[in-house]
Design a protein around this ligand. Sequence first.
Ligand code: ADP
Length: 260
Amino acid sequence: AKVRVPISSQNDELTQLSLMFNSMLDQMQGYIEQQQQFVEDVSHELRTPVAIIQGHLDLLSRWGKDDPEVLEESISASLQEISRMKSLIQEMLDLSRAEQVEINFKNEETDAWELGLQVFNNFRMIHPDFTFVLDNDLKKDTMVQIYRNHLEQIMIILMDNAVKYSRERKEVHVSLSRDSKYVQIAVQDFGEGISEENLKKVFSRFYRVDKARSRDKGGNGLGLAIAQRLVEGYHGKLTVDSVLEQGSIFRVTLPLMNKK
Ligand code: ADP
């Protein structure tokens, strides 16, 4: 229920004051709702990195620590997730503050082959009930112009969605390819799909096709909006093709580094 100051019918100073109070109350109500949304957003976005770190620590505590290779890989993967969480937190703070989100687009390059493989393996680990298929046409050192954490964040958003909206066929295909100028990362699922009228809307902030179900799966309608901002900030494109009840394919295209 909204808190309100009753307005008298007279047009006196007291009425003016009451109107002012009410508009202040409305504004405060808005802030409170934004804050609640923010808390939900942060929790949602942090869930995956936390699950990945937990998976690695779990592996280490059971037998992984005795295998030097697993030990090293798990530690480095966990450190990477922590660094990603840090930039995520910063971005969520920015998101909560203003419409105009300041993302710190960094002038860096990332090995798409290596990062693609890493995210793919992480998902295999945290979703053992899924079949993940990787079609990797890239070679090592295929450098794209994007900050590593940002590329990882984009891939995680798409793969998280592929898993979330998969329905009974628990299968996700990832393909990495390139042409002379661009690298393409495609994430495909065989789940619920998106209707034509919803295809454009899914990239809007807080838009969810099925609010109840998405919320149920920890969704807030923010993932694709963030992914698109990131991709476009690095002069790439994020597109989707989907058929209702058959599945979706999201494609990220990012510019290759110029060979020196
Ligand atoms: P959410 O946190 O709700 O998943 P997103 O911005 O990532 O937010 O996605 C927005 C909406 O787009 C989702 O609520 C869902 O309805 C739809 N969507 C996203 N990815 C898929 C997918 N792979 N298959 C079907 N629907 C999807």
